[in-house]
Design a protein. Structure first.
Length: 148
């Protein structure tokens, strides 16, 4: 059974490596190509070997071709041979509450693990909602084993 883990913490109370991961997500947010929604999203993914991959949303005039920041980061990591994720920081233009990954991104992330820690960060480095994939996607559809 899933355990619900989520708590709001101050950015300044997080470990320095997580603060750095959030700073990376905020920096990638600035790279967003979002002329249609004007909604910038940044993501940064830290793997088990401490390598980091950032991503932003990349929209397209054919809206269905758009890719989210989170999936951009996952695609970059996997294409570099990294498949074990530890931490995922996500930030976007949300002022009330916290940004949260869409259903498609949640499914793509759990392909590589349900115990990934997730940091939903405000871009002004104030509050961060700390949670994990098991909490935000309970009872996920996951592979029984991932072929190597
Ligand atoms: Zn998404």
């Amino acid at each position: 059974m899933s355990t619900r883990n989520q708590e709001i913490v101050k950015f300044s109370d997080l470990d320095s490596d997580i603060q750095e991961l959030i700073r990376t997500a905020v920096a990638y947010r600035q790279k967003a190509h979002c002329p249609y929604s004007n909604f910038q999203v940044g993501a940064a993914l830290k793997c088990d070997d401490d390598s980091v991959f950032g991503g932003c949303n990349v929209e397209n005039v054919a809206y269905g071709c758009t890719i989210c920041a989170e999936r951009t980061a996952v695609v970059k990591a996997v294409s570099e041979g990294k498949k074990v994720f530890k931490h995922f920081a996500i930030t976007g233009d949300v002022t009330d509450g916290f940004i949260s990954p869409c259903g498609s991104c949640r499914q793509v992330i759990v392909e590589f693990g349900t115990d990934v820690k997730v940091y939903l960060a405000k871009p002004d480095f104030s509050d961060v909602l700390v949670t994990d994939m098991d909490t935000i996607l309970p009872l996920p559809f996951v592979p029984t084993s991932i072929p190597e």
